[in-house]
Write a protein that binds this ligand. Structure first.
Ligand code: PEP
Length: 250
């Protein structure tokens, strides 16, 4: 059976003390969520240490929102995968559409980041998804396919066995507009087919999360679909109560 995962992407929100409070709130409700759900919070780099400390023994994992392409050295402002792993992160979000859009991340960049993540024992949460124009032109299948072929197809079988994919239609991120459960299932099933073409039966084990205005009121319906294995949550992850309600939607 595939892992169920709900990950909260806090983006550039919360000050350190607020982040710790939020993490504690999430940990406080952990026992109300099925053990079968892996819960992850992804705070800004500046709070990773204090959030990891506050989540010790909580069974809530911590991830980073990005990592550097390079191993170490003269790269001002960058944070390496090794640093993130040393702080206690188990996961790293890579290829989020905001990184692709605002910071020019390409498949070339992401191939390097994926390598750094695996070298340091981190599980990448690799994001794919089309923008509004591409959806309207019915190019969403081909966009997701190439985002997978250009990066995920370069992984070894072992690396692929330790990968999470997040399908996030850009038009649904932070807009309040959600893909319908049917739209999500259609493309998740397609993504799994693309994975199967390269990795065969191992594709059945790869968790594919939905992200884009997922909230307590729509999570259960979206998560009920066969190929939706959880969610990557932005706005609704900033309130412990909402994040927990989403985690309980399974
Ligand atoms: C995200 O950016 O990963 C996301 C899903 O954001 P939101 O839930 O706010 O749409």
């Amino acid at each position: 059976m595939r892992k169920k995962i709900v990950a909260g992407n806090w983006k550039m929100n919360t000050l350190p003390a607020e982040g710790v409070e939020l993490a504690k709130g999430v940990a406080a409700g952990r026992n109300e969520v099925c053990d079968c759900v892996t819960m992850i919070v992804c705070p800004p780099f500046t709070h990773i240490h204090s959030v990891v400390e506050s989540l010790k023994r909580s069974n809530v994992e911590v991830g980073a929102q990005d990592c550097a392409t390079e191993v170490k050295g003269a790269y001002t402002g960058e944070v390496s995968a090794e640093m993130i792993a040393a702080l206690g992160c188990k996961y790293v979000i890579l290829g989020h559409s905001e990184r692709r859009q605002y910071y020019g991340e390409t498949s070339e960049t992401l191939n390097k980041k994926m390598s750094r993540a695996y070298e340091n024992g981190l599980t990448p949460i690799y994001c794919v998804g089309e923008n509004l124009e591409e959806r309207e032109a019915e190019r969403h299948f081909e966009v997701c396919k190439s985002q997978i072929e250009e990066v995920v197809y370069n992984l070894t079988e072992e690396q692929f066995g330790n990968l999470v994919i997040a399908y996030e239609p850009v038009w649904a991120i932070g807009t309040g507009k959600t893909a319908t459960a049917e739209q999500a299932e259609e493309i998740h099933a397609y993504i799994r087919e693309v994975l199967r073409a390269k990795f065969g039966a191992a594709a059945e084990e790869c968790p594919i999360l939905y992200g884009g205005s997922c909230k307590p009121s729509n999570a259960a319906e979206i998560f009920s679909k066969e190929n939706v294995d959880g969610g990557l949550i932005g706005g609704a992850a900033l309130k412990a109560e909402d994040f927990l309600a989403i985690c309980k939607a399974f």
